[in-house]
Design a protein around this ligand. Structure first.
Ligand code: F6R
Length: 355
């Protein structure tokens, strides 16, 4: 596919059968609605909450990671993300469990939900419907029902912000309404710079996609700030562009991955590294970026730094997510691939259902 497609909005839209560009464009409105839905839920804690656990998979789990990082600095109790059929042993009456599944039919999440109920945990369900909603309604468990019709990975606003709203509602974190307002405004501004109609020379997401094209993207974030974003970029490249990608975090990668850039040379020449930077990265981590680049020298095809924008933590983190989401859809276009359908996941789920 010619790189010219990046500057042909109509061709970009034509390739996109499930409206990924449209969902991306409306992320700001999605966040507003998600916050309304979350804050509207009447919920109270039956027992003192000692742990928070989010159980989900894929696009429905990444919101849990966002919560882990976001609430990690605000909550006196730990937040854990569970991507499995089985819940950890610590889950009990004093655990707040968010069971999150966009479709409401993911078997691992249904199994974890049942366990949470058996263990007497305080459960809140976040879904569009499916079996999860049926079970929760039957069990009298509070449900936040979010609108369907988009891909789970395009629904991060719906799958993350309501969990923050519930923590706020329960008095576990200080109000963050101001941050949410800023997030909504910030996304509405960013989309005017990232949408298909903005030409490549002015569009950061298209430029990043062009760098990734025919290369292997490696995304580096930093613990406590952009770590989830690095994972998100990887997942979005996989699911939207149907291409491999890898991620890691500072400072951990300075203790292992950094050593591994000597061989094989042919492969290293195809690596494109992106470093996700945030003003609140630990000061010692900020020093590591330059030293790491110095050590890397010219070992890989390229290293690009991306800086978050916005004031509050939510706007800053989402500014990086948004850029990566757009870049992954442009990368799909460069490969001539429809970003929406994930036939491999659908096939796997269907095959499992037969077993
Ligand atoms: C598809 C996607 C997947 C799903 C995952 C779990 O767009 O992002 O990663 O999120 O297969 O399905 P749900 O979200 O329906 O529980």
């Amino acid at each position: 596919m010619s790189e010219r497609i990046l500057d042909e909005p109509q061709s970009l839209y034509r390739l996109d059968s499930l409206g990924m560009f449209d969902a991306l464009y409306h992320l700001s409105e999605q966040c507003r609605r998600a916050w309304e839905l979350g804050t509207a839920l009447t919920v109270s804690a039956r027992d003192e909450i000692r742990q928070v656990l989010v159980t989900g998979l894929g696009g429905s789990a990444i919101g849990g990671d966002l919560l882990r990082v976001f609430a990690g600095r605000r909550l006196p109790v730990p937040v854990t993300v569970n991507r499995d059929y089985v819940l950890p042993e610590f889950v009990g009456r004093r655990t707040l469990v968010f069971a999150v599944s966009y479709s409401g039919n993911t078997e691992e999440t249904l199994s974890a939900y049942r366990q949470a109920q058996d263990k007497g945990a305080q459960v809140v369900v976040l879904t569009t419907g499916g079996k999860l909603k049926e079970m929760a309604d039957r069990d009298g468990v509070p449900v936040i029902t979010v609108p369907g019709g988009i891909s789970p990975r395009a629904a991060t606003g719906y799958l993350f912000l309501p969990t923050v709203a519930v923590l706020q509602r329960l008095g576990l974190i200080d109000p963050v309404d101001g941050q949410v307002d800023e997030l909504i405004r910030h996304l509405a501004g960013m989309r005017e710079e990232l949408k298909p109609e903005i030409p490549r020379e002015e569009n950061r997401a298209k430029q990043i996609a062009a760098r990734f094209y025919r290369c292997l993207p490696v995304i580096w974030g930093a613990s406590g700030t952009s770590e989830v974003v690095a994972q998100r970029w990887k997942g979005q490249i996989n699911e939207n562009a149907k291409a491999p990608a890898y991620w890691n975090v500072f400072p951990e990668l300075n203790h292992n991955e950094l050593v591994g850039f000597q061989e094989p040379e042919e492969l290293l020449r195809r690596l494109q590294i992106v470093i996700l930077r945030d003003a609140h990265d630990h000061p010692r981590v900020q020093k590591r970026y330059a030293i790491t680049r110095e050590i890397m020298g010219g070992a890989v095809a390229g290293i690009t730094e991306v800086q978050s924008t916005g004031e509050g933590e939510l706007a800053r983190i989402y500014s990086l997510i948004y850029l990566g989401d757009y870049a992954s859809v442009y990368l799909a276009a460069l490969y001539g691939i429809d970003p929406g359908p994930v036939k491999v996941i659908d096939h796997l789920k269907a095959r499992l259902a037969e077993e």
